[in-house]
Design a protein around this ligand. Structure first.
Ligand code: URA
Length: 245
């Protein structure tokens, strides 16, 4: 059971003060009857709530996908380049944070959530959560690809086996995708440097089986669907197909 004003602000659409004002103004109904008491307790799982006639779902845990543009930072710090500035104010108040980090110049799929335990679980090396990146690089030879795929010894760790696919290997050795199950600092850039190539651009296109929505322009975001959220909670070792569906 939670207070009606908290229910509304947890939905992410209103601040607590806006919620309280709406309730006192009689614009909020619970199970079909107007309720003017912000402290009124409701069952967040069973109550049907509307504000200004529109249904408001209770969503304590929220997930969004953002198409991260270049020159933005994956941080919740008060930084003018923070990805959080791409969200509207009401979504900046519900405790969202980026699930993992992309470098300032890396673009593409970044998940944002306020579900700390689930994010922690997804980012844990034990989860082997697969991430796919599109890259442009200095030309890659077959031997370099073999070494990348096998695992590279870097200063502080050895990368796990991964998959590297060139788009058109007979004609173009500079564009492709790499699918990794780890997320160490500058990992892909460091792996390419270690084999004598260099990443020139990097875009994340898949995270844990969820592809970047092609309808999202850089800087745009949308909530994850229920099916996408279910993908995040599956266990890849007990039945997930690794991700390009
Ligand atoms: N690897 C990198 O080097 N950079 C990123 O942003 C993500 C993976």
């Amino acid at each position: 059971m939670i207070r009606l004003d908290k229910y509304l602000s947890d939905s992410g659409f209103f601040t607590r003060r806006e919620a309280s004002r709406l309730i006192r103004a009689g614009a909020v109904s619970v199970d079909g009857s107007p309720c003017r008491d912000p402290a009124h307790k409701i069952d967040e799982d069973a109550a049907s709530v509307t504000a200004n006639g529109q249904p408001v779902g209770y969503a304590r845990v929220r997930w969004f996908m953002l198409n991260k543009p270049a020159d933005t930072v994956s941080t919740t710090d008060d930084d003018p380049k923070s990805v959080m500035n791409l969200l509207p104010p009401e979504l900046r108040r519900i405790g969202l944070f980026p699930c993992g980090r992309l470098d300032i110049d890396t673009t593409g799929l970044l998940l944002l959530t306020n579900d700390g335990p689930a994010a922690h679980d997804l980012l844990s090396p034990k989860k082997h959560c697969e991430k796919t990146y599109r890259f442009t690089c200095l030309p890659l030879g077959d031997e370099q690809i073999r070494r990348l795929e096998e695992g590279i010894e870097l200063a502080d760790f050895t990368s796990k086996p991964c998959r590297v696919t060139l788009d058109d290997p007979l004609r173009d050795r500079e564009h492709g995708t790499i699918a990794v199950t780890e997320g160490k600092y500058h990992q892909i850039k460091r792996m390419f440097l270690a084999v004598g190539s260099e990443i020139l651009s990097l875009e994340r296109t898949v995270f844990a089986g969820i592809p970047l929505d092609p309808a999202l322009a850089p800087g745009e975001w949308r909530p994850l669907s229920e099916d996408e959220i279910a993908l995040l909670h599956r266990n890849p070792q007990t039945g997930g197909s690794h991700g390009h569906s």
